[in-house]
Write a protein that binds this ligand. Structure first.
Ligand code: GDP
Ligand code: MG
Length: 302
């Protein structure tokens, strides 16, 4: 078991799938513990294949921008998914009591605290809805966050049960090193409830009533925990749009890499204004760890 864990450590996506296939061939026995392990590996392989397939499909269509953090809005029919996305974003999704539900994912985006969020409405959830709809399931597996809507405890339970069936574990905020996909898949989740709902079962997840769009935006931000670093241009002006990271430990080197992309540069030093333009001024090296809202002036050797 330890060897399997070692073999898969740090591997994601297609690399991980390849390694799992190799392991499955290498474990010859199909009994007892071995069978259990192999079944688990097969299940994970299936999940990875679903995700990789969709990634390719969405890259082709170019419709879904992966560099923007994505929230998937999910819930049973008529839980107010379209209404919520319309209220939060520039979208204009049809709303109503009509019997046919959304069958295609609907999109909207919003800016909050310099972060662009994308919201996507998934087709309504019902019992076993994803058993024959692998492309929707793949979106669940590969999203950055989930936003679960419910007006009643039963609606809430249906969604939770369907997610559990698909091996998804809900967590309260993004993991330390980003949106890393693990098995079971841990997905940061926000619960949105109707103000008339009976008490929701207690969970560690953040919960916000649906009419408080201000608190919803704030919770989305807190779940992502973005680290925004403001760079200075050659005229010593602070750029309006920060460089954004979704991991806890961000260094000067990370910023250099993002700003300079593939250009070869030789870093000289950096001056940091701690926590904003009026913050304490420090000269720092390439390994210095930055915090949200820091301003940085990078200098390079000519
Ligand atoms: N009472 C109440 N009705 C809502 C709320 N949000 C949406 N609705 C109504 O519920 C119906 C379904 O809304 P819709 O956004 O299309 O739900 P969806 O199927 O989850 O996308 C519409 O008639 C909305 O006007 C809400 O917060 N409270
Ligand atoms: Mg809808």
């Amino acid at each position: 078991m330890e060897e399997i864990k070692d073999a898969l450590k740090g591997k994601t996506g297609e690399d991980r799938a390849k390694e799992i296939k190799r392991l499955l061939k290498e474990i010859p026995w199909n009994v007892g513990d071995y069978k259990r392990i192999k079944d688990k590996l097969r299940k994970e392989l299936k999940e990875i294949e679903i995700v990789e397939h969709t990634k390719k499909a969405s890259r082709r269509s170019g419709q879904i921008r992966k560099e923007t953090p994505q929230f998937l809005v999910i819930g049973e029919t008529n839980t107010g998914k379209s209404t919520l996305i319309n209220n939060l974003t520039n979208a204009n999704i049809p709303v109503g009591d009509y019997p046919f539900t959304t069958t295609e994912p609907q999109l909207g985006s919003l800016m909050y605290e310099q972060i662009k969020f994308q919201l996507i409405e998934l087709p309504a959830v019902y019992e076993d809805c994803w058993e024959n709809d692998r492309s929707t399931l793949a979106m669940v597996y590969s999203t950055d966050c989930l936003m679960i809507l419910s007006r009643t405890i039963n609606e809430y339970k249906t969604v939770i049960e369907e997610l559990e069936k698909q091996n998804v574990e809900l967590i309260s905020e993004r993991m330390e090193d980003g949106f890393v996909q693990t098995s079971p898949r841990k997905i940061p989740t926000l619960l949105i409830y109707d103000k008339d709902i009976e008490q929701l079962p207690s969970t560690k997840l953040k919960m916000v009533p649906s009419e408080r769009t201000d608190l919803i935006k704030k919770a989305m931000f807190e779940i992502l925990k973005p680290v925004r670093i403001f760079t200075m241009n050659a005229f010593n002006e602070i750029e309006e749009q920060p460089v954004i990271f979704y991991k806890d430990q961000v260094t000067v080197e990370d910023v250099v890499q993002k700003v300079k992309r593939k250009q070869v540069v030789i870093f000289k030093d950096a001056v940091v204004l701690e926590g904003g333009p009026t913050g304490r001024r420090k000269r720092v090296g390439i390994t210095y760890e930055l915090s949200d809202n820091d301003v940085i002036h990078l200098t390079f050797h000519k």
